[in-house]
Ligand binder design. Sequence first.
Ligand code: ASP
Length: 588
Amino acid sequence: MLRTHTCGELNLAHVNEDVVLCGWVQRIRDKGGMIWLDLRDRYGLTQLLFEEGKTPSEVLQAARTLGREFVIEAKGKVIERVAKNDKIQTGSIEIRITGITILNPAKLPPFLIEDETDGGDDIRMKYRYLDLRRNTVREKLQLRHQVARHTRAYLDDLNFIEVETPVLIKSTPEGARDFVVPSRMNPGEFYALPQSPQTFKQLLMVAGFDRYYQIVKCFRDEDLRADRQPEFTQIDCEMSFVTQEDILNTFEGLIRNLFRKVKGIELPEVPRMTYADAMRLYGSDKPDIRFDMKFTELKGEDQDLTSGSNFGVFDEAELVVGVCAPGCATYTRKQMDELTDWVKRPQIGAKGLIYVRYNADGSIKSSVDKFYSEEILRTWAEAFDAKPGDLLLILSGQADKARKQLNEVRLEMGSRLGFRNPDVYHVLWVLDFPLLEYGEAEDRWFAMHHPFTSPKPEDIPLLATDLGKVRANAYDMVINGVEVGGGSVRIFERDLQQQMFGILGFSPEEAQEQFGFLMNAFEFGAPPHAGIAFGFDRLCSLFGGVDSIRDFIAFPKNNSGRDVMIDSPSIISDGQLKELSIRVENRV
Ligand code: ASP
């Protein structure tokens, strides 16, 4: 090897040793008689010292030709530093240099390769390999590696085996949009890239593999957001001869183990909540339970504390529901106006926001004083279990909409009140999802998870009578309001799977054509099985306390799905197109 040590490991124990280091020039300070140079590699920084009189003059001269990001090999002796720097690992020593070799000079980088950089998003993505030299970025990929390593170790110990499934598969009409790949050898035909290895992992269970996992790339051609990438990674798992309870325990164990090994955090027991409760109490199937502020219904199925006062808005509403923001009664008129404008933004879409101040002195004032007496407002405060000093924020309207909007209000207030600390982790299982949801626009039923999810056995009769009421043995893991994983107990009998496709609007022929391979397999001794997949990038970003998953992917795509570094997607030549039997009209 060219080097004897890395730039992160030398300390006082090495004083007087002759060493050779290799790395990138981070910074040079030329003080005339002395030159200090910070040499960087993946492991850290080491200070190199060139000194007039003590360093050979040709070496000193060579040092003066160096620039930022030159790659050099430096030879010298470890000495104790006079002015120590306890901020870096190697801060008690420096290297008195006796020789340097420039391994490769470097052009001036387009942005500062330091923790605080002057480079904007676009330029850093174009030169991602330079961005990756920065500690803050590299550390995120190291964290990713740790999460992967401990995931493999945990699952290996439980007898899971990693099996690779194909990347060129078949387009199917369910789920998100597919990325497709033309087949040269089969003119006019296309492969699709997998949105997940779902059917393959089920076939591995039919094959008797019993416990499978794969840390695997998946592809979905969806519109992008900060937490989405067209290609992303899942920890994909499947088990045979298990119940839902076994899956929950096994994968709660995985997450617990990851928190312990990667973050040094012992998680408390993971609570469980039904989908119905999550929607009723938080207006979301992925509630952030780092803080309370559960919904209280002033007018709903159980009670009505609002009628008889001629307040049309509430009288007409299906649901009047609110949250209690602790200690916020002191919000000024201006703050309330601002919050009201916030809920009226099209992204939230509420018509207005009613508030009740339960002042610290015990008095109560609301924005609906014209309609409701203090006595009634007190019954509201009681229903909310509010304390003097609290503020009630209330929305009304059609039930689903009001709940969705209130979820946004709750999260916003939670953030403003500092209840959403990224270093605090609350993990939750959400269970008993509906099997199906109705698509108004398409006028048909869709599988809420996917078509291979089993209805709860006790709800199977409802398949014939009330599709909206059928619950699935499906579960999501939610951490701090982010869905990090989801899965289900699977259908493993041909007849039930066939019935399910029928409900989703497939004719028997269509079902056979699209999914015949799976239904046929179910006739050859399919074991009961269940599984789950975790969003690996998202899990890493949570561990890193950052919202964007992009930071945890070595070479991510931008918001338009482009890789600006390699400039992809790109057009291909007429020759290639011809070979693929593709004709492009209006080629640009
Ligand atoms: N394949 C599913 C998904 O990608 C997860 C599962 O059901 O195991 O969401």
